[in-house]
Design a protein around this ligand. Structure first.
Ligand code: PLP
Length: 478
């Protein structure tokens, strides 16, 4: 391997007061999202394992894996070496001209991990792109079987499938649709099988059954011959705060899709790749195997932009036979992305990280459940493995959410970061569906690190204020 050459960037990484050049503090990213006058974010210097350091030397524990993406932690040697080896060999090779060993090996190992029915792997640059590729592949799979009338993709409300216009059209976020709706083709939405703030007159099981009934009715109302697919997050991401649907719902979803010839797409952008304690989340519901699976964050683990669509061999062969998949981007099948994907997968599988996600998830869950017992504002803890969320409420008895203006998740996350703990929060539907923060550390966490995270979240301490750790203020957030 060649000697690393230092450059101006490398020099700046350790500089606590770097020159800003022509940019103002907070540029270029913050100026798009943050009102003038908001303090600039700390500047990253380095990251290793579950820890990150800013340029002032301050250490943070990343309990959110970034945006629930950095599944194997930071600074992983195997991945960094793979990136360097591939970059030196060929950083890019047009897939229209060359195949690459990285692409072949990654696809092979991923298909093997996914199991029968997911033999074909299409590689793109991220989650939104992968969902769009899955929807376009589904359309071509239907057309290849003579079902050109099918084009509608039903999805849940709330849900998140990406920010590009095609992915946004199936995303269940009314606030986003208010703004971008006129630019999109609206797609039918059905209620998500939520398990916490269940509508009056239902319990968890009957609400699950009701949601499945609505899906069936929607397919019938739309005209089954027009419905191409149903897309769902099997274990929810940020939009639902790690929603885990009732088994009855998942079983019915598969039955309904089979009954009307609707393809089932699982968006495992956030949940896939081991985070929920199994490689793909449908393993939690063996009678709800999807036709297509999308994985992204867990595939690249933050080391490179990467998203994949997993599809069955025979259906892809039909598309290929009918003229080929009409889709592609400059970066599809990118060798660097694939080299990273392979190394992340090797690390996940060889390192026992999936089993670790299950056992550390159980450990963390026990601590968060105990916290919920004592905290007047932790209304619910949910999730699977290390994909978890805590829902914050103003009144636990009535499950009344905080007023959106309270910005409870932001308050909690900024209190956490004050004491060096990073939680992931962002709002769906401007907070109108409730408030939660994700607790989703990298899959490499040890017992001691899981305890460190739980301690950090618990900081509010006891109601009488006896705890030495107080700054999260879980007892009186406003
Ligand atoms: N789908 C889910 C479930 C997600 O959580 C996300 C991102 O958070 C996406 C899709 C979009 O992925 P990306 O941000 O990589 O485009």
């Amino acid at each position: 391997m060649t000697q690393l050459r230092r450059n101006t960037l490398a020099d700046e990484l350790d500089d606590p007061a770097p020159a800003l050049g022509t940019l103002e503090r907070g540029e270029p990213v913050q100026v798009f999202a943050v009102r003038p006058g908001t303090p600039a974010r700390p500047r990253i210097a380095r990251a290793e394992g579950i820890y990150m350091w800013d340029t002032t030397g301050r250490r943070y524990v990343d309990a959110g894996s970034g945006p629930v993406a950095c599944n194997i932690g930071y600074g992983n040697r195997r991945v960094l070496d793979a990136l360097q080896v591939q970059a030196e060999a060929a950083a890019f090779a047009n897939p229209g001209t060359f195949e690459s060993a990285a692409n072949r090996r990654f696809a092979e190992r991923l298909a093997e991990a996914a199991g029968p029915g997911y033999e074909r792997v299409f590689v793109v640059s991220g989650g939104s792109e992968a969902n769009e590729a899955a929807m376009k592949l589904a359309r071509q799979m239907a057309v290849a079987r003579g079902e050109a009338s099918r084009w509608k993709v039903v999805s849940r409300q709330p849900s998140y499938h990406g920010g590009t216009l095609g992915a946004l059209s199936v995303t269940g976020d009314p606030a986003a649709h208010d703004l971008f709706g006129p630019m999109m083709r609206p797609m039918p939405k059905v209620p998500a099988p939520i398990t916490y703030r269940i509508p009056e007159g239902f319990d968890q099981q009957s609400w699950a059954e009701h949601c499945a009934d609505v899906l069936e009715r929607t397919v019938l109302d739309e005209g089954p011959e027009t419905v191409l697919a149903f897309i769902q997050e099997p274990v929810g991401g940020l939009a639902t705060g790690a929603l885990v649907p009732h088994a009855a719902y998942m079983r019915r979803v598969r039955e309904i899709c089979d009954r009307y010839g609707v393809l089932l797409i699982h968006d495992e952008v956030m949940s896939g790749g081991g985070r929920t304690g199994v490689f793909l989340s449908h393993e939690h519901w063996p009678d709800c195997r999807p036709d297509l699976v999308v994985v992204a964050k867990g595939a690249g683990a933050g080391y490179f932009p990467l998203g994949v669509v997993l599809a069955p061999r025979d259906r892809v062969a039909e598309v290929a036979g009918g003229g080929g998949f009409m889709h592609g981007h400059t970066a599809f099948g990118n060798p660097l992305a694939c080299a990273v994907g392979l190394a992340v997968l090797d690390e996940t599988l060889d390192g026992g990280l999936i089993a670790n996600a299950a056992s550390q998830g159980a450990r963390l869950r026990a601590r968060l459940d105990a916290l919920a017992e004592r905290s007047p504002i932790v209304g619910d803890v949910r999730g699977k493995g290390l994909l978890m969320a805590i829902e914050l409420v103003a009144d636990k008895d009535t499950k009344t959410p905080f007023a959106p203006s309270v910005m409870a998740p932001a308050v909690l996350a900024s209190a956490a970061i004050e004491q060096g703990l990073i939680l992931y929060q962002r709002r769906t539907n401007a907070g109108r569906d409730g408030d939660w923060v994700m607790v989703a550390p990298p899959l490499i966490v040890t017992d001691a690190e899981t305890d460190l995270i739980a301690d950090g979240i618990e900081i509010g301490g006891s109601r009488d204020g006896a705890s030495p750790r107080k700054s999260l203020n879980l007892w009186a957030i406003d």
